[in-house]
Design a protein around this ligand. Sequence first.
Ligand code: EZ4
Ligand code: CO
Length: 388
Amino acid sequence: MTARVVTDEGLYGLGDATLNGREMAVVAWLEEHAAPCLIGRDPQDIEDIWHYLYRGAYWRRGPVAMAAIGAIDMALWDIKGKAAGMPVYQLLGGRSRSCVGLYAHASGTNAEETLCKAGELVEAGFRAIRIQSAISGLDATYGVLGDKKDYYELQGNRPLPPEEVWSTQKYFNMVEELICEARHRLGNEVQLVHDVHNRLTPIESARLGKLLEKYDLLFLEDPSIAENQESFRVIRQHTTTPLAIGETCNTIWDCKDLIQNQLIDYIRMSATHAGGITAMRRIADFAAIYNVRTAPHGAPDLSPVCLAAHLHLDTWAPNFGIQEFVGLGNEQSRRIFKQDIRVENGTAHASEAPGLGIDFDEEAAKEHPYKRSYLPVSRLEDGTLWHW
Ligand code: EZ4
Ligand code: CO
């Protein structure tokens, strides 16, 4: 879902308001609440507008409000960059690096298929790969494409949340061998990531971290849900496998304890879900004090506008770690979003155009009316709703 903020001086800015399956709730927040409150304000006052929308509310936070604030904030940075004639990373403080390192996804219905794909990604120049495989004995595994060609085919046509079965035991039967094989086949130069999508309890995550220590992961992504941030002490006490958390966090408060107690190594929030570039900048600076690096979320249900915003943050942030990357969209989205991001040798370059450096063809977008589509819901084999 793309938001456009228009000024009366001919400039406009773009922001991403995607919130898997709940986009129309964000649209209502923007149209019914934000637009009437913002008309007549100076779009240059990004900081004041952010605080007005966040702190000016008696009820703060929440994913719908934060996605809406995120979209407006990105659009305002886009406008400021266009007004200044500078790319957004320059406004943030300038370059900390020449290019942005990416991690790509390899997933398959078994280890062999996953590792073939990983090999192709290494051939294509990627130096960091997320390794996922289907769990044998279960009908579907979250994040694995199965017989689908791409994520858009997998994720784009689920008008109601599909239900999937999860078994921790079946997962443990598969995972160590997968990562062990990946390390042996891909060699010691490639950085490996594995994503658990919050399926484990803290003590199970601790066990997994220990099991995988010898394969030297760049990080273990979302082993457990961090709603109770303190529970990460259990994981941390047991393993030196680096931990990356944050794609479901909406504000700095959702990760404050994780960061200040050094319970994680990478913070993975997105500009879309965390309240925009203003919020991400603040979180990055806070994280730097505690040796936590940034690794922004880069899922297929975030729009290319979000990726553009992330590349500016990644180019600037002194404590940037790595950017998740699932490609530059399918053919349909490339007709709608015009951008000049360069991807080569497993790295990306932020646009040098003023603002975010991405444009949106509204006429082309009209050919694809909004279709609600959901991520799956997970149950145990006895029907218990999962995700602690
Ligand atoms: O869970 O696309 O890191 N990426 C992921 C993805 C996300 C979904 C929701 O954004 O974990 O699979
Ligand atoms: Co993830």
